[in-house]
Ligand binder design. Structure first.
Ligand SMILES: [Zn+2]
Length: 83
């Protein structure tokens, strides 16, 4: 682990289902919410996953819209290129 505060967008995506299910540790949840508050891309992703859950009633990995995930991953790659 590097910083105790920073969660990358990639990490956030991996945690999003755990967050929605409420099974994150309080520490991880705090990091998650801190990232969500400062990252509009991840906020949009979380909203999309939540909407998907409302529609299908449950969440399987395959239910997450590929479009949303792909779009966000493209954004990450763009940031890496710029950084
Ligand atoms: Zn993010």
């Amino acid at each position: 682990m590097t910083s105790s505060d920073d969660l990358s967008c990639q990490e956030l995506i991996e945690l999003v289902t755990d967050y929605i299910e409420g099974i994150l540790s309080s520490e991880d949840r705090a990091r998650f919410e801190s990232h969500i508050n400062s990252c509009s891309g991840c906020r949009a992703y979380l909203a999309q996953v939540r909407r998907t859950i409302e529609i299908v009633g449950t969440l399987e990995e395959s239910d997450i819209p590929d479009d949303a995930r792909e779009q966000l991953l493209r954004t990450f790659r763009a940031w890496k290129r710029n950084g």
